[in-house]
Write a new protein. Structure first.
Length: 145
């Protein structure tokens, strides 16, 4: 894995970025978020390498994390059904509900045979939000389904 793209740089997405950065500084971290303050902060702190648009990030990545609200994850999966993807790219999400996400993912995979999706759900979180509140220990001793 050389390039990771994270869509959604709030608490969960920024914590994933921190963990990756701590474990392997050679991995290129691309990110996007609707709140520029989230990505700007992470870029300034050296926790991500570049802010990119969704389509650009997906096309460049070996691994994609969808760390946005569930409604946006479903929209992104629909979009992935229409995008040319590398056969090596793996996409996962951190959404709190799986039934509706997996239904949309199934349709997207039927449309795009290159889409390799693994539904995920970290059993972790905080009452705090935003990229500044992420940390490398957010998932410590937590289950990730």
């Amino acid at each position: 894995m050389e390039t990771v793209f994270i869509s959604g740089m709030g608490l969960i997405g920024s914590s994933i970025a921190r963990i990756i950065r701590q474990k392997n500084k050679a991995i290129k971290l691309l990110a996007e978020d609707v709140k520029a303050t989230n990505t700007d902060y992470l870029l300034k702190e050296g926790l991500i390498d570049e802010i990119v648009a969704f389509e650009q990030g997906v096309k460049a990545a070996d691994f994609v994390f969808l760390a946005t609200p569930v409604s946006i994850i479903k929209q992104q999966l629909q979009q992935l059904g229409d995008l040319p993807l590398s056969s090596k790219t793996i996409v996962t999400d951190v959404g709190s509900t799986k039934l509706s996400i997996m239904a949309v993912a199934k349709k997207a995979i039927q449309k795009n045979k290159q889409l390799r999706f693994i539904g995920g759900h970290p059993m972790s979180g905080s009452h705090l939000t935003g990229s500044q509140n992420g940390h490398v220990h957010l998932f410590k001793e937590a289950f990730y389904f």
